[in-house]
Design a protein around this ligand. Sequence first.
Ligand SMILES: Nc1ncnc2c1ncn2[C@@H]1O[C@H](COP(=O)(O)OP(=O)(O)O)[C@@H](O)[C@H]1O
Ligand SMILES: N[C@@H](CCOP(=O)(O)O)C(=O)O
Length: 312
Amino acid sequence: MFEVYAPASVGNFAVGFDALGAALAPIDGQLLGDVVAVQSATQDEFICSGEYAHKLPADPLENLAYQCLVHFREHVAPNMAAVRLELKKNLPIGSGLGSSACSVVATFAALDKFADTQLSQVELIELMADFEAKVSGGRHYDNITPCYLGGLQLTGDLIPNKSLSLPVCEQWYYVVAFPGFTLNTAKARAVLPESLSMHDSVEFAQRLSAFISLLHTQQFDAALSIMEDRVAEPHRARLIEGFAQAKQALPELGAKVMSISGAGPTLFAVCTDLTTAQQCADWLAANYINDQGFCHICQLDTLGTRVLEKEA
Ligand SMILES: Nc1ncnc2c1ncn2[C@@H]1O[C@H](COP(=O)(O)OP(=O)(O)O)[C@@H](O)[C@H]1O
Ligand SMILES: N[C@@H](CCOP(=O)(O)O)C(=O)O
């Protein structure tokens, strides 16, 4: 038996709608992501457990992890031995933390290892994106690739191998706050305009390309100064109760960036020191989250999806 862990991720990373995403690692060492455990069995078996299992449809046919197993058995590895696959659903659904991507990535990575199919990285990413697209209302890679590969990824069909890893400042802290209520990604995509004006398209391209160039040249303060979401955030802000108050309060506390993680309602702030990050986390805990919510101070998870070491 082995377990595969896939980390939560911040889609869009404010400046790269559908094109940038970052994997998260809480600095207190907690794991923030889904786990898939696989072991040999006499016939295929699927179990869904974990804190948020009860929020998923009871019918396995509607569970992405089970759908991935069925697809893998039928189309990728028909001769694979029978498997007992358990999804430990540790991330809230509709949170903006790449929850559906987490389940899909962990499941395919685990099955790929179990069956020793040795799919290429691009083949796996394609497969993962196909399944996440079934629920998210659009095909995008900005949760899949950081979740799978770790770090901050520039990602999309135009990008060689679907993803390019970007350098980030090691002193950046990411405060993420899931408020405890949910926002369906497909619904949050439906409020976006179908197209951008020429002006907005040029501005988006300038901002994203400058941001990446500044990261590569280690001009991190300048990168933070243009790290803003002018594409999705203006349309989604009204869907997220408490967004406006946080948008005002967190920069006053010293956050360099405050925006929506993925499609929301999780908010994220980028801080350049731990004291400020803690103050932002305290504010979010007191003013944004309810008793179902949580808040973490994170840095980037550079490992991505991996097999968990067994505890001694
Ligand atoms: N294993 C799974 N993990 C997450 N969502 C799943 C899973 N299986 C099915 N779903 C469905 O997919 C949808 C995911 O919603 P979405 O808003 O895209 O979540 P997130 O943004 O957190 O990925 C929900 O309707 C949920 O019931
Ligand atoms: N680029 C996507 C990201 C969705 O992330 P999720 O965690 O909310 O699923 C978007 O902004 O729609």
